[in-house]
Design a protein around this ligand. Structure first.
Ligand SMILES: Cc1cc2nc3c(=O)[nH]c(=O)nc-3n(C[C@H](O)[C@H](O)[C@H](O)COP(=O)(O)OP(=O)(O)OC[C@H]3O[C@@H](n4cnc5c(N)ncnc54)[C@H](O)[C@@H]3O)c2cc1C
Length: 523
């Protein structure tokens, strides 16, 4: 039997980050990926002859600075500079779109002077509050059972940052923390286009509407992300999201990590409460004292470990993780670039959002509670081939859109519902970019059920588990096991299902590797 120091199950970007860091520390590391290529939800793929798109994640807005630095990703060809940042644009059917320029709206255009002032005040406040949460992204959540010195210091640091805010801001931070985003927007802003855009950002990837309790946390999570030190910045990676993964994979290769594709793991082997390696679908056994599962927590424990080796209370907690995706992905191969109302050529290179008001987003959410898709979906659209001509044939264009709400468990089933939902999305697009329908050469819609099947993400969920207050921090993935350790000695978690959550950040992989290295040092 071959053996390694560490086996990483799943070559998504988090698995690769963990593997690269463990490899850099001198461990002999093997990554086992079920698919024919690495990257998981962050690949670039051809979806029609000559047309390529980021398969799921298409906008980079939170790659953790420690991941960039520790893996030297800019040397591996990743470009994260300010000149690549793109604006967010609230589309309108008629009139002037509203544009948040720079890193999350350093300037706002298309709104009244009064609204611009109100936005800049609100933006500064949101960033101040998101800053308090930022240090927690790159560390384990505090172990409430026995705080280590480091954890005590981190909590002390947070208390100090809160104190520095001043009495009034501190009170307000605590007041708004668990609010719904709609109420906060109504307190501070008046422009429906701006409120719709911010409401959309707060609930993106979640089974939440803007009026759901705690929905504001989603906006803080987004703003706690940064690129090149700029909170809320976003860009379309040249070559699609797969190029980000290629840079991480190159760092892993440089650290001596071996990667095997087409190698689905069937079982994580456990003997006397300790892992000794894995068994592949082919029956091949590979040994390792450390196994890092970078697949979602439910797949890890319910399928790969199995209930026999776990406490029933723990199995129940894992079974209860809410992880039914509500987000779909649409790719269009277009004969020519579309023309969205009121936008110039530069505008079309931005992130285009259809979410005309908070109420519109809420109304789009309502049916999904009952297993129905939105009759007027909200969406985030990019046209990546306008900035990177390698993604489409000459003169043609790629449209990539993240669309909500598309409940995983659609009442009528996705086999019956998919074509209807696609027609609904196209009708919405046609209203904002008249004539677009006539230019469609090929369309690919990925529902949460497709995402689950193709990308092995249970429930097709963006975060490998809802990122809501009861499934965050010390409760992520489940209460009592939030620090990347598991009830099985030698088995660790490293995917988006762990703290701090999803998005192409590399933070769960980073934190998991740090935890493993710290434990080895202690041993
Ligand atoms: C529709 C959609 C749009 C999104 N858009 C964005 C966006 O624009 N920006 C952003 O930052 N984030 C976005 N996200 C979220 C982001 O894509 C994910 O949170 C992130 O990619 C998860 O990375 P990961 O490495 O933790 O897991 P994954 O990418 O899911 O990787 C897990 C890997 O494990 C492999 N695997 C699973 N089971 C096994 C097994 N048994 N054996 C071997 N390998 C296995 C899988 O094949 C996969 O490669 C989006 C998500 C969705 C669903």
């Amino acid at each position: 039997m071959t053996s390694f120091d560490c086996i990483v199950v799943g070559g998504g970007h988090n698995g690769l980050v963990a593997a690269a860091l463990l490899g850099k520390s001198g461990r002999k590391v093997l990554v086992l990926e079920a698919a024919a290529e690495v990257g998981g939800a962050a690949r670039t793929e051809e979806f029609a002859p000559g047309f390529r798109a980021s398969s799921l994640a298409h906008i980079l807005n939170r790659l953790h600075p420690d991941v960039v630095k520790d893996l030297d990703l800019e040397r591996q060809g990743l470009r994260l500079k300010r000149d690549a940042f793109i604006p967010s644009i609230a589309l309108v059917r008629e009139g002037t779109p509203l544009i948040l320029q720079g890193a999350y709206g350093e300037t706002l255009t298309g709104a009244s002077a009064k609204e611009q002032t109100a936005w800049l005040e609100m933006r500064a406040q949101l960033l101040r509050y998101a800053d308090i949460l930022k240090p927690f992204l790159s560390r384990r959540p505090p172990d409430l059972g026995g705080l280590s010195l480091g954890e005590t210091a981190a909590l002390g640091q947070m208390a100090l940052t809160l104190k520095r805010l001043g009495k009034e801001d501190m009170r307000d931070f605590l007041r708004v923390l668990l609010m719904n985003v709609a109420d906060l927007l109504d307190e501070q802003l008046t422009d429906d286009r701006l409120k719709g855009l911010l409401a959309f950002d707060a609930v993106l990837g979640a089974h939440l509407g803007p009026r759901s309790p705690t929905s504001l946390l989603g906006l803080y999570y987004r703003l706690a992300g940064e690129l090149s030190g700029e909170a809320g910045a976003q860009l379309l990676p040249a070559g699609g999201m797969g190029a980000v993964v290629s840079a991480i994979a190159a760092a892993a290769a440089k650290a001596g990590v071996a990667v095997r594709m087409n190698s689905p793991v069937a079982r994580i082997v456990v003997e006397n409460g300790r892992t000794t390696g894995v068994v592949l679908k082919t029956g091949e056994e590979i040994g390792a004292a450390i196994v890092v599962s970078a697949t979602d927590p439910a797949t890890t424990f319910l399928d790969l470990v199995g209930p026999r080796d776990l406490d029933t209370g723990f199995v129940r907690k894992v079974s209860n993780i809410r992880m039914k995706g509500d987000t779909a992905k649409l790719h269009l191969a277009l004969d020519a670039p579309p023309a969205f109302a009121g936008l110039d050529a530069a505008g079309h290179k931005g992130r285009l959002v259809i979410a005309p008001s908070t109420n519109h987003v809420e109304r789009a959410f309502n049916p999904s509670k009952y297993g129905e898709f939105s009759p007027e979906p909200v969406m985030e659209i990019t046209l990546p081939s306008l900035s990177d001509a390698s993604l489409a044939p000459d003169g043609a264009c790629v449209l990539s859109a993240v669309v909500q709400y598309a409940p995983y468990a659609l009442k009528e089933g996705w086999q019956a519902g998919k074509a209807k939902f696609q027609a609904t999305i196209m009708a919405q697009l046609e209203a904002y970019a008249p004539g677009i329908g006539r230019t469609v050469r090929h369309a690919e819609l990925l529902t949460p059920a497709d995402i689950e099947a193709r990308y092995r993400m249970r429930g097709g969920h963006w975060h490998h588990g809802e990122l809501q207050a009861d499934q965050m921090l010390v409760s992520r993935p489940v209460a009592g096991w939030s620090g990347y350790d598991t009830p099985i000695t030698g088995l660790y978690l490293a995917s988006a299902g762990s703290h701090p959550g999803g998005g192409v950040s590399g933070a769960p992989g980073l934190n998991a590797a740090r935890r493993i290295l710290q434990r080895r040092k202690e041993a």
